[in-house]
Design a protein. Structure first.
Ligand code: ATP
Length: 325
């Protein structure tokens, strides 16, 4: 990320910098990739000023351009796989949840998205030979669903599974949780996450997982009605790009949850369509549709992945956490 502040750009005075900040454009990069009409609408500045600001931001920003295939290959070779605790689920994902990718879990209320997210927050901390990423975790919690007790249960579950004494307190110490109070706050927390990740970068527990649970709840509550759809998608899109960048820079997995509409008759179209619609579909690299089955069983369906066949896995959610059915 560039060290240059917005107010240091040509054509940006303190008042405009403040407006841009309030609208969620808090870095030179964010402005550089915005469109003039976006800035006009959100920061209340004229079209020609907007264009000048964007052009200044583009010259100043540290925006990645082209890179050679061997470099891309090298980065791909560093991709880690985070095991879920359920073998069938891991197989479905080609060995586990990938780092440097966004994995979206969508499903109805109570389908188990938050439970799986908790389990991944625990597993990430395990050493690689146990299926973890030897890292720490950042959770952006939008609905107050993080439960430290569940982490304790799941760590106890791992102790049974690996016949080894894991200390739940140690696991809790490596999970950094922030409540997001609205969508703008949620977007800003990715910057805070970047700061945290930079701090932990050279420790023995660098950040290897970021969870946004729920990705879409605030956006859905704040942008109501068809007229606001474009704005909502634009903001969500920016947020997802920030998250993807975070994943790339930190070799971290990004998990986002998304509730699907549960009252089919109240909406148009397929009731199981996730809320973010098209933009989310194209940005999330792996999309998992989670649904409840009999008892504690859950069906995990992989939907359009770039390099894996679509398919389904059955997993169980128990007090000890996620396990084989
Ligand atoms: N301690 C536990 N032991 C066993 N199962 C549990 C436990 N806690 C929660 N569950 C299971 O997880 C379900 C809740 O799942 P979860 O909160 O992950 O849903 P969600 O998909 O995140 O829903 P929402 O969209 O409302 O956030 C419960 O209905 C229950 O079946």
């Amino acid at each position: 990320m560039s060290e240059i502040l917005l107010e240091e750009l040509d054509h940006v005075g303190p008042a405009t910098a403040q407006k841009l900040n309030d609208a969620g454009y808090n870095s030179v990069e964010a402005v550089a990739v915005a469109s003039p009409s976006e800035l006009v609408a959100t920061a209340e500045i004229g079209e020609s000023t907007a264009a000048k600001i964007i052009s200044a931001a583009r010259s100043a920003a540290d925006i990645g351009g082209f890179e050679t295939g061997d470099f891309v290959m090298q980065r791909r070779m560093e991709v880690g796989k985070l095991r879920t605790g359920c073998e069938e689920f891991d197989e479905l994902m080609g060995g586990g949840i990938e780092t440097q990718s966004i994995t979206e879990m969508y499903g109805e209320f109570g389908s188990g998205k938050t439970q799986i997210a908790h389990q991944l927050a625990v597993n990430t901390q395990l050493p690689k030979e146990m299926g973890g990423l030897d890292g720490s975790v950042i959770i952006i919690d939008t609905e107050n669903t993080f439960r430290p007790e569940r982490i304790e249960h799941m760590v106890a579950g791992l102790s049974h599974k690996f016949e080894q004494d894991f200390d739940p307190a140690e696991f809790l110490k490596n999970i950094h949780v922030a409540r997001a109070y609205n969508s703008n706050h949620q977007i800003l927390l990715v910057d805070a996450a970047t700061e945290m990740a930079n701090k932990l970068k050279n420790t023995d527990k660098p950040v290897r997982l970021v969870i946004v649970d729920s990705l879409t709840a605030h956006f859905r509550a704040e942008y109501v009605g068809r007229g606001t759809l474009a704005d909502r998608q634009q903001k969500l899109n920016k947020h997802l790009h920030d998250l993807q960048r975070f994943g790339d820079l930190n070799n971290a997995s990004v998990i986002v949850t998304n509730q699907v509409m549960s009252k089919p008759d109240a909406f148009f179209g397929d009731p199981t369509r996730p809320i973010g619609g098209h933009i989310l579909g194209h940005t999330a690299t792996f999309r998992l549709y989670i649904r409840k089955s009999k008892g504690d069983k859950r069906i995990v369906k992989l939907v359009d992945s770039p390099c894996l066949p679509d398919g389904e896995a059955v997993a169980c959610i128990t007090t000890d956490g996620l396990c084989d059915a």
